[in-house]
Structures are given as structure tokens and as C-alpha cells.
Design a protein around this ligand. Structure first.
Ligand SMILES: NC(=O)C1=CN([C@@H]2O[C@H](COP(=O)(O)OP(=O)(O)OC[C@H]3O[C@@H](n4cnc5c(N)ncnc54)[C@H](OP(=O)(O)O)[C@@H]3O)[C@@H](O)[C@H]2O)C=CC1
Ligand SMILES: CC1=C(/C=C/C(C)=C/C=C/C(C)=C/C=O)C(C)(C)CCC1
Length: 339
């Protein structure tokens, strides 16, 4: 049963960033097709959302409290919805974690898994039985490109998103037989508070228990690289929000990441991929400003390898990109060993 013919959408983590923009975009739908329940763990942080929603607040957009880390909070929120009926669930809430692994306390790592992985699992577990029962529903999970490709100094964050990818891959196939579709979005860098916490918050931080080489790699190689990556590849939350309107199963929102992923899947040993990352981080970072647009041009056809036809069409460019990246990588390895 839809609310006055509207689809009921529940979104987590709407106090800022991607969740906020998805909520507002759906609430602004010209045909008013959506009844948006924009949730957040702390209602004191609702002002930005309410302001962005303007007149639509309390018309097509409603705010509710939901902490994805709490069973009780999730249950309370879902139980407060009429007939517990949700047509579209968008699991967006998430946190980052950056820094040398040896300096990160286990409880911080647990918190990342509790939020990014179990947070989505908890919510899906609560909503999915009703969707299965009705043989209708859509679940969209905001994963990350780091759910497909690990990045140095983001090991635990990437692991939490890899876990989510594995979970969703299994579930998606099961849900098809219930007419429930499950999709994941895999954005690269997006300009939100996440970026501020991930980069600005790290610049001044001390790492007393970490060896000087690792601190040097983090501060003088990784951080400037991350700044460049956000500058070159950064997308807006609106860009990500638009992808939710007609998602595939995987949705790599940033085609500039395609060469990196193409390399990973093209070389089944994984060695090229690890070496390419090593070189990009330690020897070739200054070239990335030039390299990324070049790779985009060379591998344009790889950007949509989401089905067999696209794969066939992109085979030539895939081979080309593989060769190019191999050359790029081997050249870098040569340079490295010559030093
Ligand atoms: N920005 C980026 O570069 C990328 C982000 N992503 C993913 O996108 C999603 C949204 O991030 P983004 O908008 O960028 O970042 P923001 O930091 O702007 O937003 C994150 C949201 O998650 C909420 N949140 C955190 N913990 C909980 C919790 N326990 N319960 C409920 N809500 C919670 C935050 O609430 P509060 O205000 O209370 O902290 C906030 O509303 C995340 O899953 C992130 O991993 C993926 C790829 C790239
Ligand atoms: C690609 C790349 C780098 C950094 C990538 C970053 C920082 C990506 C951030 C992605 C985000 C924020 C995803 C959120 O879920 C390095 C290590 C600098 C150099 C090697 C190539």
C-alpha cells in the first residue's frame, strides 16, 4: 500500500552530504512520487536538511531519528512507519577511517564495521522481510569504490565496504526471486563533510606510536595524493544522488576510476594492480594531474562494463588500457629500481 499513491523512501544519514542531497532530490520530484523519510542519528543536526528542503519539509520530506548502530533505534523508527511499509530503502550512513593501521585502536575499527557494515545489515534485516512478503521493493546501498579496490592507509574503511559488497552480492541474487532489487553505488571521492574529516582532520594529527618511515609515507605521500585525487576526481553529492534514480547492480559513479578497476580485473594475478598503486603513491603522484585525464581518454569505452555487450564493445580499449597501464607501471617499477 502506497501513501496517497506515493512510494515511501527511507534514507539513513541525512544530516549532511550524500544522504541529505538524495532526500531533497526525491522530495523535489515534480510529480511528487515520493514520501521521503530522511533519518539521522541526532535530530539536533537536522537544520541543514530542513533548510535545503524548504517548503517541502512536512509535505514530501519528513525527518526521523535512526542510529544505524542501535537495534532498538532501527526497530523504533521502522515501527513508527505506517504498516512498517517501505518501498525504497537507501542505506547511506557511513564513516571513514584513515591512518596507519598500527595506530588505530581496535574499538575505532569496530565502530567503522558497526556503522558501515552492520549498520546496513541491521537495516536491511529489518526491512527486507516485508518487501519479500509483498514481492516488491528496492534497496540501494551506498558502498564506495573502496569496496572494490583497497587504498593504502584506508585499509579498515575499505574492508568494511568490501564486506558490504560481498553481503549484497549474495543477497541480490536471492532477492531477485522475490521481485526485490538490490543495488550498490560505488562513488569515488565526493565533496562532503567526509572529505573534511578524511583530509583536513589528518593534517595536524600526531602519530606517536608509529615508526617515522610510515608517518613520512602517510604525511608526505598519501595525504598530498588524497588532496589531488579529491581535486581531480571529486564529484558533488548531487551527482551521486542522480545515480539513485535508475541504478544497475554496481554503479561506479566516477568513470575516471574505470582504468584502475579494469587493471584489477584484467590481470588475474593482482600483481599489476598492487604495483600500479605502489607506483602511483610513491613515484608517479606528481604525474597524476596529467595521467588521469589521459587514462580517461584512453579507456573511455571501459566506463560502462556492466554487461556482456558493453564488455565486448570495450574489449579493444580494455586491452589498450591494460597495455598502457602496464607500460605506466613497468616504467615506474624501472624508475624505482634505478633509484
Ligand atoms: N564522500 C566521499 O568521498 C564518499 C562517501 N561514500 C559513502 O557515502 C556515504 C555518505 O557519506 P558522505 O555523505 O560523503 O559523508 P558525511 O559525513 O557528509 O555524511 C555521513 C552521514 O552518515 C551519518 N552517520 C554516521 N554514523 C551514523 C549512525 N551510527 N547512524 C546514523 N547515521 C550515521 C552522519 O551523521 P552525523 O551527522 O550524526 O555524523 C552523516 O549524516 C557513506 O556511507 C560513505 O562511506 C562513498 C564514497 C565516497
Ligand atoms: C587512487 C589513489 C590514491 C588515493 C585515493 C583516494 C584518497 C580515494 C578516496 C576515495 C574515497 C574518499 C572513497 C570513499 O568511500 C592514492 C593512494 C593517493 C595514490 C594512488 C592512487
Amino acid at each position: 500500500m502506497e501513501r496517497h499513491g506515493q512510494k515511501v523512501v527511507l534514507i539513513t544519514g541525512c544530516s549532511s552530504g550524500i544522504g541529505l542531497r538524495i532526500a531533497v532530490m526525491l522530495a523535489e520530484d515534480e510529480k511528487q512520487r515520493y514520501h521521503v523519510i530522511a533519518t539521522m542519528r541526532d535530530l539536533k543536526r537536522k537544520d541543514n536538511l530542513v533548510k535545503a528542503a524548504g517548503d517541502l519539509y512536512s509535505k514530501t520530506l519528513f525527518v526521523a531519528e535512526l542510529d544505524v548502530c542501535s537495534d532498538e533505534s532501527v526497530k523504533q523508527c521502522i515501527n513508527s512507519i505506517k504498516d512498517r511499509h517501505i518501498d525504497i530503502l537507501i542505506s547511506n550512513a557511513g564513516i571513514g577511517l584513515v591512518g596507519p593501521v598500527e595506530s588505530i585502536p581496535m574499538d575505532e575499527m569496530n565502530n567503522v564495521f558497526e556503522t558501515n557494515f552492520y549498520g546496513s545489515v541491521r537495516l536491511i534485516k529489518e526491512v527486507m522481510p516485508d518487501m519479500k512478503n509483498r514481492r516488491a521493493g528496492r534497496i540501494i546501498v551506498i558502498s564506495s569504490v573502496m569496496g572494490l579496490q583497497g587504498v593504502a592507509f584506508n585499509e579498515v574503511y575499505a574492508a568494511s565496504k568490501f564486506a558490504l559488497e560481498g553481503f549484497c552480492e549474495g543477497l541480490a541474487a536471492q532477492l531477485l526471486s522475490f521481485n526485490v532489487t538490490l543495488s550498490m553505488l560505488e562513488p569515488g571521492p565526493v565533496h562532503t563533510e567526509f572529505e573534511l574529516k578524511m583530509i583536513q582532520g589528518m593534517k595536524e594529527k600526531e602519530w606517536p606510536s608509529v615508526d617515522p618511515d610510515t608517518v613520512n609515507y602517510f604525511r608526505n605521500f598519501y595525504l598530498p595524493g588524497a588532496v589531488d585525487i579529491f581535486e581531480i576526481l571529486g564529484q558533488t553529492p548531487d551527482h551521486i544522488a542522480k545515480v539513485t534514480s535508475n541504478p544497475h547492480f554496481h554503479n561506479l559513479t566516477n568513470p575516471l576510476y574505470s582504468p584502475i578497476l579494469a587493471l584489477k580485473y584484467a590481470d588475474e594475478t593482482g600483481c599489476l594492480s598492487v604495483q600500479a598503486f605502489y607506483c602511483m603513491l610513491f613515484t608517479l603522484r606528481p604525474l597524476m594531474n596529467v595521467g588521469m585525464p589521459v587514462l580517461k581518454y584512453l579507456t573511455f569505452g571501459c566506463k560502462s562494463i556492466t554487461n556482456k555487450e558493453d564488455y565486448k564493445k570495450s574489449n579493444i580499449t580494455l586491452t589498450f588500457s591494460k597495455s598502457f597501464l602496464s607500460l605506466f607501471t613497468f616504467h615506474a617499477v624501472d624508475m624505482q629500481s634505478a633509484l
